[in-house]
Design a binder for this molecule. Structure first.
Ligand SMILES: *[C@@H]1O[C@H](CO)[C@@H](O)[C@H](O)[C@H]1NC(C)=O
Ligand SMILES: *[C@@H]1O[C@H](CO)[C@@H](O)[C@H](O)[C@H]1NC(C)=O
Ligand SMILES: *[C@@H]1O[C@H](CO)[C@@H](O)[C@H](O)[C@H]1NC(C)=O
Length: 510
């Protein structure tokens, strides 16, 4: 299962979790959503690091530890240069290229960028990519429901030709057509991270014979290394310029951002607007600023990590059972003890732990935190310690009315799109677990020189295991261990994803 070549920072198992729905869709259909009557699988999770937590609560007065806490990264001598592609539209199209994309929003996003690149390599006309319905997230939103399709076509108009739909003569080329039999126009065996030559040798002949080629699966199918520079830059141009969300997602995102910056949604009940100026933060360094915390802590993640999250015996049993049903012993992590996993940094941070990390880094209880997340395993009980440290913690629900959220309700991709948008407008982004969202933000925010904190999972795992650690020692270790994990631009290494590390391929020396 060596699919993770792209993320680099993602432990294999982490990416495996994210790919599971793709790999074993049938397993997910019946189990993807826990039954509504959440039987008590855990004894309400209590703080696990009570000593640290109590100290963190007391020490919260802004101690000015890091005066540059909110500062954006310094100019590091890089600027974007994806714009400067001077490519030419091919005179003759070799035919239509169709791709079918699995995964959640961020995985599909990379697939779209790669599809444009492959169309360019082949001089093909790209059909707007088809987004498969993910068995876990169950969202049937199409490309056009999520992204501004006219903007997409317009930004790329000098690079490749794009059509919204196939012309009538090819209208037979549908998902159902390929699902029901072996078809000559389907490319089914694209290797992971295939080279440009692979496409020229294997897909071009199909285009030439039939005028169309449909690639499925297509996720993670284009190499990051040994690609022509103009192809790399084109991929970044798609990711960072051509892909813009539909207007209603951007409008909701803008509303959330402005409420985070200028008002407090605290005590705001849907319908009864209770907004007030941020007076208490006036004059402080973090005034008007906010942190986005991405917290993916659902049952899949918790179970797959095989870590102990403090919910007691009931929780351990529930997670072990879930592992058995879904993965039938294929979860490699489960052969390690909790201590080993923590030492290796393989356990997603709990809401409590990420709260302690933020507090140790110097964020105090006036910090506005936006929680980008879907359901948290363990619910509010699991989040409450984090909320005690950061009472001004908001999310889509607390900041926007039901009417405002109506258009995105229940649609995982649109909910994720709003979180993506808000995250890209935050002063600081941090994620409690490595994964696609974390990688997408690391890449996009590097591109725009915005601050992203990358938790040192291994260090934190070790610190949290030391039950006698004092707060000052914890804080010092945390600060020391994150000095180089907040603002340094990191250059892409071989095999790593251009979408996580856009320099040097898509960035130039200023
Ligand atoms: C923040 O912490 C300080 C010091 O512990 C306390 O006095 C203050 O009431 C807290 N503010 C909020 C909003 O909880
Ligand atoms: C694509 O078009 C360019 C420029 O027109 C040409 O040099 C190249 O050989 C073409 N490649 C293919 C695969 O058609
Ligand atoms: C735990 O932390 C304390 C400092 O707070 C340190 O003296 C001690 O050596 C640590 N124990 C382990 C096992 O690392």
């Amino acid at each position: 299962m060596k699919l993770d070549r792209g993320g680099g920072v993602v432990p294999l198992a982490g990416l495996f979790v994210l790919l599971l729905p793709v790999l074993f869709p049938s397993l997910f259909a019946p189990l993807g959503h826990a039954s509504p009557s959440m039987l008590s699988e855990w004894n309400a999770p209590k703080p696990r690091h009570l000593r640290l937590f109590k100290s963190a609560l007391q020490e919260q007065t802004s101690n000015g530890l890091e005066s540059d806490l909110w500062m954006p990264p310094a100019n590091q001598g890089w600027k974007t240069c994806a714009e400067s592609t001077t490519s030419m539209l091919p005179e003759n199209s070799q035919g239509y290229l169709q791709v079918f994309l699995d995964g959640g929003l961020n995985q599909q996003r990379m697939g779209i960028c790669d599809a444009v690149a492959v169309a360019k390599i082949l001089n093909a006309t790209l059909v707007i990519p088809l987004l498969e319905v993910n068995p876990v997230w169950q969202d049937s939103s199409s490309f056009m429901d999520i992204f501004d399709v006219d903007h997409f076509i317009d930004v790329l108009k000098n690079d490749i030709s794009i059509v919204k739909e196939l012309p009538d003569e090819f209208s037979w080329s549908t998902r159902d057509y390929y699902a029901t039999a072996i078809r000559a126009t389907r490319i089914k065996t694209t290797p992971i991270h295939a080279s440009a030559n692979w496409y020229l040798e294997n897909v071009l002949p199909v285009l030439e014979s039939y005028g169309i080629a449909a690639i499925s699966p297509f996720t993670h199918r284009l190499a990051f290394d040994n690609m022509p520079m103009d192809i790399q830059r084109l991929r970044c141009k798609v990711n960072f310029q051509a892909l813009s969300f539909v207007p209603h997602v951007r409008a909701l995102g803008d509303a959330l951002v402005s409420r985070l910056r200028y008002t407090l949604g605290k005590n705001e009940v849907a319908g009864t607007k209770y907004l007030r100026e941020v007076t208490d933060a006036k004059g402080k360094q973090g005034a008007g600023k906010f942190v986005v915390l991405h917290l993916r802590f659902d049952k899949d993640m918790a179970a797959h990590s095989a870590c102990d999250f403090g919910g007691g015996k009931a929780e351990k049993l529930a997670l072990a059972k879930y592992r058995q049903v879904i993965w039938q012993g294929r979860v490699l992590n489960s052969q390690f003890t909790d201590e080993e996993l923590r030492n290796q940094g393989r356990c997603p941070l709990t809401p409590e732990e990420i709260g302690l990390l933020l507090a140790a880094l110097g964020f105090d209880n006036s910090t506005r935190l936006y929680l980008a997340s879907h359901k948290v395993y363990g619910g509010e009980a699991r989040i409450s310690t984090l909320r005690k440290l950061f009472p001004f913690m908001e999310d889509k629900k607390s900041l926007a009315s039901a009417a405002e959220r109506a258009q995105i309700k229940g649609k995982a991709s649109l909910l994720a799109a709003v979180d993506y948008y808000v995250s890209m407008h935050s002063d600081i982004f941090i994620s409690a677990s490595p994964g696609n969202m974390h990688n997408a933000m690391v890449g996009h925010r590097t591109y725009q020189n915005m601050k992203t904190i990358r938790p040192n999972m291994g260090l934190l795992g070790q610190l949290f295991m030391n039950k006698s650690m004092s707060w000052p020692d914890f804080q010092q270790e945390v600060i020391e261990g994150h000095k180089t994990r907040q603002r340094q631009l990191r250059l892409r290494k071989p095999d790593q994803s251009i979408y996580t590390y856009p320099a040097p391929d898509c960035m130039c020396h200023a």
